[in-house]
Design a protein around this ligand. Structure first.
Ligand code: PMP
Length: 429
């Protein structure tokens, strides 16, 4: 057993007080004491390259965010029931980043809360109950959104009003078909199955990075047809941008941007406050109006002064450092480098992704394409030995999830590729 005694003691105490639900990422876990940019440091000062965490989007402990949050925290932190310049300024800045019809914002503290509210609004607006999601989607932890999150498994049953459809994975398209027709068929089938069971369609909810379904952000050309079908059934389209948003997937600030589709509701969270809890649901005003008039929604911490200061500081850094442009450029280089290293591996079925999100599908062999979870774990552990943090996604837990802070730069990319080359030589030949 390689786990050091102090760490083992911590793990045991953790299990006692926090319970088994508090999973650790590695069998031999890492503990950090400090972070900067895309780097995390342990107590011995060793430098780990963070190629996994999307929350510290502009970099761990970015000085501009730290300064803005510290100043606000030392000055005033109150809720949204008092008039605040900062709140309105930030809300206006945020909607300016979205297409014209999306202009009504509600702030919350987590992606789950934002999705929970979006669903309630969708039901209220459409008068329907049915929800369509991807086969292995994750949308959060409240009862409402856990019920539309098949990724949570059998312990969290889906509601009778929920139907699942394929993600835009080209390998799932029947022979001779195309992705757009397949996705449309899937949507149509879900709508009709809901109808057969007495449900109207309230919403189609998609994470446009398809993170938990195995990461398929780069496909396009299929979404408009799906959304038209949902609209025709009286439902709305909710883009869950918790993962894809804030320039993660390139080609526009949001996951939906590459599709040329304007959602009815957009939800966002994780990177929004660089680690300070801040999330939002943004609506077409006509979708949210009745709900806002008839249902009281007050979120104590959502949108109070400190998280708003964090959100505004993140947008400052996006502008000052031209973060989206850098992420797109570095991401393209990273993905090309990974592709070049792994193109010939018999255990790599696909290297994909977009923007600064890369995925490597690891299989037993290329022809059969059976997921190789054990090998995937060995690659993740091998990278960890090189002090590089990544993880895995997808129903088979066999898709490397490479999703660094957008502070990741060219030197980080070089280090990543050099280490991956060594690990691939051992594990992917
Ligand atoms: N939606 C998606 C697509 C997510 O990935 C997550 C978090 N992993 C959530 C919603 C829930 O966000 P939170 O953990 O902030 O509640």
């Amino acid at each position: 057993d390689e786990v050091e005694p102090a760490m083992r003691a911590n793990i045991e105490r953790r299990l006692d007080v926090l319970g088994p639900g508090y999973l650790l990422i590695y069998n031999d876990p890492v503990a950090f004491v400090r972070g900067r940019g895309a780097h995390l440091f342990d107590a011995d000062g060793r430098d780990y390259l963070d190629a996994y965490n999307n929350v510290p989007v502009v970099g761990h402990c970015h000085p501009h965010v730290v300064e803005a949050v510290s100043r606000q925290l030392a000055t005033l932190n109150t809720n949204t029931r008092y008039a605040q310049e900062g709140l309105v300024d930030y809300a206006e800045r945020l909607v300016a980043l979205l297409p014209e019809p999306l202009q009504r914002v509600t702030f919350a503290c987590s992606g789950s809360e934002a999705n929970d509210l979006a669903l309630r609004v969708a039901r209220h607006h459409t008068g329907h109950e049915g929800v369509i999601v991807n086969r292995y989607a994750y949308h959060g932890i409240t009862r409402e959104v856990a019920g539309i999150s098949p990724a949570l498994g059998e312990g969290s049953p889906l509601g009778a009003n929920v139907r699942v459809i394929d993600p835009p994975d080209p390998t799932l398209v029947p022979a001779g078909g195309d992705l757009a027709s397949h996705m449309l068929d899937e949507t149509w089938r879900a709508i009709h199955d809901l109808r057969r069971h007495g449900f109207g369609t309230a919403a189609l909810v998609l994470d446009l990075s398809f993170m938990s379904d195995g990461i398929f952000p780069e496909q396009d050309g299929y979404l408009q047809g799906m959304v038209d079908e949902v609209h025709a059934a009286g439902g709305v389209f909710i883009a869950d941008e918790v993962q894809a948003g804030f320039a993660r997937v390139g080609a526009g600030f949001w996951g939906f941007a590459r599709h040329g589709v304007v959602p009815d509701i957009v939800t966002m969270g994780k990177p929004m406050g660089n680690g300070i809890p801040l999330s939002a649901a943004v609506f077409r005003p006509e979708v949210a109006r009745d709900f806002g008039e008839q249902v009281r929604y007050f979120n104590t911490f959502g949108g109070s002064s400190v998280p708003i200061a964090a959100g505004a500081a993140v947008l400052d850094v996006f502008e000052q450092e031209r973060v989206p442009e850098r992420a797109e450029r570095v991401g393209a280089r990273l993905r090309a480098g990974i592709g070049a290293l792994l193109a010939d591996s018999p255990h790599v079925a696909d290297v994909r992704g977009s923007g600064l999100l890369a995925a490597v599908e690891i299989v037993e062999d290329r022809d059969g394409r059976a997921p190789d979870r054990a090998r995937t774990t060995r690659v993740i552990d091998g990278m960890r030995e090189q002090r590089i943090l990544i993880s895995a996604a997808g129903p088979g837990v066999n898709v490397l999830k490479i999703r660094p802070p957008l502070a990741f730069d060219d030197a980080d990319t070089d280090r990543f590729l050099e280490s991956l080359e060594g690990v691939a030589r051992r594990e992917l030949r």
